[in-house]
Design a binder for this molecule. Structure first.
Ligand code: HEC
Length: 178
């Protein structure tokens, strides 16, 4: 009798462990789903090319700078209409600016003069669950849509470099292409 009570207790314990681990796996699955969605959303926003303004008003490819943390040799950067409100008439970022909500900044990274390889993306969306402390969501997505670094990492591999001296709201184009 005593034995079967103990057994029953063990059974209940095992069952609750099972239930708990089921919910843990379910919630991490939810998180993956949200991460997949944000990367897809960033990719969709990035692909529709209308309404963008180019850095220095030029779509010509630039050779990457000495400070670049990006492996590709060439790049060009564009700003959606909201972000473009923070550019001066020369297409450079206004000193000391803070980009408004909805700003999308896309750096196109090219392997060579004609092969687009990857998008580096910054999207200002403070309420987003993947936004960093300054409200930026960081995307790193290959041209074919596959994800290089998910936005769910909240720019952890990007921020230390992008917060170097003379950044403007994390932007480095002005500094390296004066
Ligand atoms: C070691 C430094 C470094 C790291 C790490 C780095 N970047 Fe950059 N990034 C730069 C520099 C420098 C530029 C200016 C253009 C260039 O030379 O590539 C730049 C430009 C950009 C731009 C264009 C907007 C601007 O004015 O800065 C975006 C968007 C961007 N990076 C996103 C990212 C993302 C996303 C990551 C992380 C996955 C990342 N960067 C990691 C150095 C870095």
């Amino acid at each position: 009798m005593l034995q079967s009570v103990t057994l029953r207790k063990i059974e209940i314990k095992l069952f609750s462990i099972l239930v708990i681990s089921f919910f843990i796996s379910l919630s991490s699955c939810e998180k993956d789903k949200a991460a997949i969605e944000i990367d897809k959303q960033l990719f969709d926003l990035t692909k529709s090319p209308s309404g963008f303004v180019w850095f220095k008003n030029s779509d010509e490819l630039l050779a990457k700078s000495t400070g670049s943390g990006h492996p590709q040799d060439f790049l060009r950067t564009r700003y959606n209409s909201i972000a473009a409100t923070q550019l001066d008439t020369n297409g450079k970022i206004i000193e000391g600016t803070s980009f408004p909500e909805g700003s999308l900044i896309v750096k196109e990274l090219f392997e060579d003069a004609s092969t687009l390889d990857r998008y580096a993306i910054l999207y200002k969306d403070s309420d987003n669950e993947f936004a960093d402390a300054n409200g930026w969501v960081w995307g790193y997505i290959n041209a074919n849509g596959s994800v290089a670094v998910s936005a769910d990492t909240k720019g952890s591999s990007c921020i230390s470099c992008h917060s170097q001296t003379n950044n403007i709201d994390y932007m480095l184009m002005n500094k390296y292409y004066p």
